[in-house]
Ligand binder design. Sequence first.
Ligand code: CA
Length: 398
Amino acid sequence: MTRVLTLAAFAVVAHLAVLGPGRAQEGDFGAFVEALRPDATARGVSRKTFEAAFAGVSGPDPEVIARTRRQGEFSRPVWDYLVGAVSPGRIAKGRAQAARLATTLKAIEARTGVPGPVILAFWGVESDFGASAGNLPTVRSLASLASVRHRGTLFRDELLAALQILEKGDVEPAKMVGSWAGAMGQVQFLPSVYLREAVDFDGDGRRDIWRSEADSLASIAHYLRSLGWNPGVSWGYEVRLPDGFDLTRYRGPLADFAARGLRRTDGQPLPAKGEASLFLPGGIGGPVFLITENFEVIRGYNTADSYALAIGHLADRLAGAPALAAPWPNNAARLDGAGLKRLQQGLAREGLYAGETDGRAGPKLREAVRQYQIRVGLPADGYARPALLERLDGTARP
Ligand code: CA
């Protein structure tokens, strides 16, 4: 099965500058490591820790560098992504884990307010419940990425944070492993996130997201709490739009949506309190969701809409909910990364979009698309379809 996209993989795309021509020379790498020393010292990293961390690391990992150029996964349609991330196999595995770890999950929920199925969904998507956490040495991966970049300091900062972790002694250099992009352990935290958010839940004095299930699960919950998880509120609900529903009013109190005829597809009532907004990730004709503030909290772990939807839906399935009621549009026309970039530029020209021109869908682009749709009298579903770009580019035919 294709490994689903991780937090760090998205971070690469968000922050990766243009890589230099060819591969970094080993001499350059040595100079890069030497230049790191004063900054490591300033962060309290001892000479001994530094030497141990770089023992046997003589140059960048070519495989890590090569991975930065493979970005095809990022423009996968949300429905393809969900097939892999919320597969029947993963649901079955997750339900077994829920039973096996019920006591631990209950204790973590009591402390953080994050429900067990939500924690398990992250654990499942990030590392297949700890089974595929990645086995590349984190220091070498981060040093590889940091040494070949021309601008930006993301990976260099993460490398320094990794050295701080080693200094604290939570893990030995050989056991500090993870993805090619530096996301570590069962929870796929970047080192800076680990320093802020990882917790020791099993009480052995080490924050161990590599080997301790309890620490891993509690660290996920602690991070979500820090990101603003609101206990007692779902991430969202699949709903059915009544005929003639006014899509221009797409945000507001859940009670208002209920009063306007929106119903959950599973037959349960919408909560009387709270706010939500409509989310149509495949446009009109596909599944429709009301998403809450907790959807945005999930996006704090990984900013992709499809990731957040996968986490939310998997959590529901682990709690016993049925599959999505509405089918995804079959072969729906959609924009790739380059198309989304042009759409962002076009909407910026219209004065509707002020976010980054990064070719990625998200709340800001959705909002701009809706405002444009409202302006020109189209159904305001917020879906970035090719016809919209054609129209913006002035190439639409009557
Ligand atoms: Ca521990």
